[in-house]
Design a protein around this ligand. Sequence first.
Ligand code: PGA
Ligand code: ZN
Length: 444
Amino acid sequence: MKNGFSIKKISGRRVWDSRGRPTVETEVLLNNGGFGRSIAPAGASTGSGEAVDLRDNNQACGGYGVNNAVANVNGEISETLLGLNAFDQKHIDQCLINLDGTENRGRIGGNAMIATSMAVAHAAADGDKKPLWNYLRDKETHLSKKIVLPLPEIQIFGGGAHAEGHLDLQDFMVMPYGASTFSEAMEWTAEIYLAAGSIMDAQGKRFGVADEGGYWPVFKSNEEAIETLVKSIELAGFSTEKQVGISLDIAATQLFSNEGYFLKSEKRLLNNDQWFDLMLNWLKAYPIVAIEDPFVEDDFTRHAKLLAVINTGVESGKNNSIELVGDDLLVTNIKNIAVAKEVNACNTLLCKPNQAGTLTEARLAFEGAKENGWNTIVSARSGETEDVTIVHLSLGWGIEQLKVGSFSRSERMAKWNEMIRLEDRLGSDAVYAGGKPLGRNETS
Ligand code: PGA
Ligand code: ZN
């Protein structure tokens, strides 16, 4: 064991997330004084195969209580991990997996597990006197030497499960791929966010913000929202062909029932084939560079069909420049990644550590995606906190895209600001992942 890295103390407590719901915070202290803390995030539009949070089965806090999960951190988890080597993340995480003993992590709780798993990494990094990203990078020596500052995906309009269905699609996002630095990408985003606000004000459509901080407007249709996004980018002075692309998280499972896909805001019910055509038409009509979960989570076949069309570039007219992103489709799970690879269902992984349950499993999913030749995005959840671990994962593991929600609310800005700080410190040692996420060479 690396000297001094044995775990001396683990404690859990209940803190609160950006929706005002309770969540789990874990603190880890090592014998060498290394200290780490992390907080579990929480999803709203969760995939059915993801690690589940342990929520107290009672009336308190709308049923979202985490007292049992916190008790597990202070009890079973602490007893199991005390004295173990925090440097050996794989072993720590395997102990957590064994302790839970279930497929879905429901016994000790995915929330207790991820908070603890990440806190251990923070403590080991601190004990090693390194920022987390650098500690992670050192441990993963097979990564290329280049430090990449990720391409951000930022929500401008929010909908779906995050905005009580005002808009059907969940995320209407921008990707400032033409910026030359991460800071510049943030500045462009600020201009677009401002421009979108001014368009809505002029039309009397502004209506608060959704869970991830994007505007929550009253639009007649989802197309109107996409078109307003295009106008916002242009009003801010950017080209949608060369500088800023659109990314949509359809979160289609939320819209699907046996009857088909239902767009509530438009009172439109579409069968599978009509829905497929709608997705394809949007890809043709708008400057979309990424589309996430366009079909219900178990419909690998239609994902594959859409990817085949994108890949040929014939119908989409885009020449293989669109990311087809698997979130609920993959749930950061290596088994789903293998199935998706087998049938060619997507070309990009959305990596959410709490979907996996532990850091080691999230890492496994990331590596699996890379082996498939896919792009990767590390993502926050709709329920977030000041925790910035994913920013460090992005830099440390080399995940080339970062999705944390909008350009407002401090649980989101904490992540963007942390990346700006890292960019500042790294100077010329790091490069911004500019260029379209796929087909980078097309960008001028
Ligand atoms: P969630 O949403 O955290 O509610 O799952 C985020 C996403 O779907 O990307
Ligand atoms: Zn999603």
